[in-house]
Design a protein around this ligand. Structure first.
Ligand code: DHE
Length: 549
C-alpha cells in the first residue's frame, strides 16, 4: 500500500497525539502510532466519516462521541461492520486485530487537520508524457476502441484496458493508489482516472498501446473527475478542460483537458443550505458534465448545495448555487440529460436539479441511503421515462418518473419500489442500457457474505426481480473453484448485449471479470489472469462518453 502522503507535519502530529486536557480515559498514542493510525483512517474511513470526522455517509466520530462509546464498542464496530453499510474490516481480514485496536484509540483523539495544496505544489506533480502535438491524429490500431472497457485494479495502483469485442487485455496503465472512477472525455478518445490520493491520469486510447499521456496530483483525497463534454457551435469546448472534485482540501480544481495542467482551485467550504452553519470540510462528491451547455454540475456534499459551474471563461468563472439537501453523494443524468438526480444519502432522498433552468426541482424519499452510482434510465410503458436507484441500507430498488411534460402525473414521484431478496441493503451500483430489457443490480456491501456475491436482474416491464445469480457459485460450476470475492459494478458493453462485473477479492490472489449474456443471463466469458487483482469499477468508453446508463 502506498504511504499516506498528506505530509502530516511533525508539529501537527504532536498536536494530535497530545491528549486532550482532562480526558484521562483517552489512551496514549506515540507520534509513530498516530501516524500509522492516520494512514489507516485515511485509507479506510475518511471517505465516509470525513478527515475531520464530522460524518457524512458514515456517522460523526468526533472525540465527544467516541469517548462516550469507549474502546470496546469502537473495536466491535470496526471488526463486524453494521447493516447500514459500515464494512466489516476485521471479519474481512482487511484490518488486523492490532490495527483495529490502534484505530479505536486514534478515534478517541482530536483529528489532526491535514494541510492544503497550492497550484505551485500541484505543478510539481504535473507530468506530460506525450504532448498533444506528438499524439496521433487517428487511432494507431485497428481495434474498436469505443467498446474498450476500463477496469480499476484498485489495490495494485493500476488500471486495465480490455477490448470489449475480443475480451483481450489491451494495456495495463500505472495510475497509482486506489483509482476510484474512470470518466471518458467528450470525444471518447481519452480515459481520465482519479485516485483516492487525488492523482488524475489522462489515458490516450488512440496510441498503439493505450497509455497515460499526462498526470497530476491536485489534492490529497479525491473521488470525482470529468471533462468538458459540451461541443459548442464550433466544437471548440470538447475535451478542452477537465475538473477534479476533492474531499481534502475541500475544493474542485480546473485542469487543461489535453495536458492536465492545473489552472484554478475553487474552495468549496461553505455554509449548510438549511441552518447556515459553516462547514470547513465541505467535500466535492459527484460531478457530471452537461452536454447542452459549457457546464459541470458539482455536488457539494456537506453544505447540501449543487453548484453549476460554467467553464466558458475560467478567468471569470460563473457559478450557480442551488440549495439541495445535505450529504449529497453520487448521481447521474435522467434520460434527456436535462435533469441531474443525486442521492442525499443520509437523508434517504434523491434530489432533482434542472440543469437548463438551473434550479432545484424536487426531492423524493426512496429508501435507506440511496446509492445509485449514476442510476439506471429506461422507458416504462405506463410511467414513461424513469430513473432508478439501489440502496445501501434497505433492500429495494426505487424508480422515479422523470418526464414532467408528457407524464406529469408520475414526474418526480416514486413509481416503483422493487424488493430484492434477503435482508438489508448493500447495493452499490445499478445499470441498464437502452437496448436491454433488464436492469442489473449488485450488493457488495451486504452484511451477508452470500448476498455480497449475488447479482439481481430486474425485468423492465414487470418491474420484478426475475433472476438472482450467485456469481461465485456459477463460476464454481464452470470449474473456477478458487475465485472468490464480492461482486461489484455491472457495466454494459456498447451494444447493450453483455454485462461485465468484477469479482472484488483480496490483493494477494487474482480473481476474475465475469461477462454475462444480458438476454440469457448466463455467463458468456470469464476473464482471468495474474493481472486481475482487486478489480472494482468497470467503464465502457461508448456508454461513459454518452452518459448511457
Ligand atoms: Fe465510490 C462513485 C465516493 C466507496 C467505487 N464514489 C463515487 C462517487 C463518489 C464516491 C462521490 C461519485 C463520483 C462521480 O460520479 O463523479 N465512494 C465514495 C466514498 O466516499 C466512499 C463511500 C467511501 C470511501 O472511502 O471512498 C466510496 N466507492 C467506494 C468503494 O468502496 C468502492 C466500491 C471501491 C473503491 O474504489 O473504494 C467505490 N465509487 C466507486 C465506483 C464509482 C464510485 C466504481 C463510479 C460508479 C459509476 O458507475 O459511475
Amino acid at each position: 500500500m502506498k504511504s499516506f502522503k498528506l505530509g502530516l507535519a511533525a508539529g501537527v502530529l504532536t498536536l494530535g497525539a497530545s491528549l486532550v486536557a482532562g480526558a484521562a480515559e483517552v489512551p496514549k498514542l506515540t507520534p509513530e502510532e498516530m501516524k500509522k493510525a492516520s494512514q489507516i483512517f485515511f485509507d479506510r474511513c475518511a471517505g465516509c466519516h470525513g478527515m475531520l470526522r464530522k460524518g457524512a455517509t458514515g456517522p460523526a466520530l468526533t472525540p465527544d462521541i467516541t469517548r462516550q462509546r469507549g474502546l470496546q464498542y469502537l473495536e466491535t464496530i470496526i471488526t463486524n461492520g453494521t447493516p447500514g453499510g459500515m464494512p466489516d474490516w476485521g471479519r474481512q481480514g482487511i484490518l488486523t486485530k492490532d490495527e483495529i485496536k490502534l484505530l479505536a484509540k486514534f478515534l478517541m483523539h482530536e483529528p489532526p487537520e491535514p494541510p492544503l495544496m497550492s497550484l505551485a505544489e500541484m505543478k510539481k506533480w504535473w507530468k506530460v508524457y506525450v504532448p498533444p502535438e506528438a499524439r496521433p491524429t487517428k487511432p494507431e490500431h485497428n481495434l474498436n476502441w469505443k467498446n474498450f472497457m476500463g477496469i480499476i485494479l484498485r489495490d495494485v495502483g493500476k488500471v486495465a484496458i480490455v477490448d470489449g469485442d475480443t475480451k483481450k487485455l489491451v494495456s495495463i496503465v500505472d495510475t497509482g493508489f486506489a483509482v476510484h472512477i474512470f470518466r471518458s472525455s467528450g470525444t471518447g478518445r481519452y480515459f481520465l482516472t482519479i485516485g483516492r490520493d487525488g492523482k488524475a491520469t489522462l489515458i490516450d486510447l488512440w496510441l498503439k498501446k493505450p497509455d497515460k499521456v499526462a498526470e497530476v496530483k491536485v489534492c490529497y483525497d479525491a473521488r470525482s473527475i470529468d471533462t468538458s463534454k459540451y461541443k459548442g457551435p464550433r466544437g471548440d469546448f470538447m475535451d478542452k478542460l477537465a475538473i477534479v472534485g476533492c474531499y481534502w482540501p475541500p475544493s474542485f480544481v480546473l485542469l487543461d483537458g489535453q495536458t492536465l495542467e492545473p489552472i484554478k482551485i475553487v474552495d468549496t467550504s461553505d455554509y449548510t443550505w438549511d441552518t447556515n452553519e459553516y462547514v470547513r470540510e465541505a467535500r466535492v462528491a459527484s460531478i457530471v458534465a452537461s452536454h447542452h451547455d459549457p457546464e459541470w454540475i458539482v455536488s457539494n456534499k456537506e453544505p447540501g448545495k449543487v453548484l453549476i459551474v460554467n467553464y466558458e471563461d475560467p478567468t471569470n468563472l460563473k457559478m450557480h448555487y442551488i440549495d439541495a439537501e445535505r450529504f449529497l453523494h453520487d448521481g447521474g443524468w435522467d434520460m434527456s440529460k436535462r435533469y441531474f438526480l443525486v442521492a442525499a444519502n443520509m437523508r434517504n432522498k434523491v434530489i432533482v436539479i434542472d440543469s437548463v433552468e438551473k434550479k432545484y426541482v424536487a426531492e423524493i424519499e426512496t429508501g435507506v441511503k440511496p446509492h445509485p452510482g449514476r442510476g439506471a434510465n429506461f422507458v416504462h410503458a405506463r410511467y414513461g421515462p424513469v430513473w432508478c436507484t439501489g440502496h445501501l441500507g434497505s433492500n429495494n430498488v426505487a424508480c422515479i418518473g422523470t418526464d414532467p411534460i408528457n407524464r406529469s402525473r408520475y414526474a418526480w414521484k416514486l413509481v416503483a419500489n422493487i424488493e430484492l431478496p434477503g435482508p438489508g441493503g448493500g447495493t452499490l451500483f445499478i445499470k441498464t442500457h437502452p437496448e436491454s430489457p433488464h436492469i442489473w443490480v449488485d450488493r457488495p456491501l451486504s452484511a451477508e457474505p452470500k448476498l455480497q456475491r449475488e447479482l439481481y436482474v430486474i425485468d423492465k416491464d414487470s418491474l420484478k426481480v426475475i433472476k438472482t445469480i450467485n456469481v461465485i457459485e456459477e463460476l464454481k460450476k464452470k470449474g473456477y473453484k478458487n475465485i472468490d470475492g464480492r461482486v461489484v459494478h455491472p457495466e454494459f458493453d456498447m451494444y447493450g448485449k453483455e454485462v461485465w462485473v468484477s469479482v472484488w477479492g483480496r490483493k494477494d490472489k487474482p480473481t476474475a471479470l465475469v461477462v454475462f449474456d444480458d438476454r440469457t443471463m448466463e455467463i458468456k466469458e470469464v476473464i482471468t489472469g495474474d493481472w486481475v487483482r482487486t478489480p472494482t469499477g468497470i467503464f465502457n468508453v461508448y456508454t461513459t462518453t454518452n452518459d448511457i446508463y
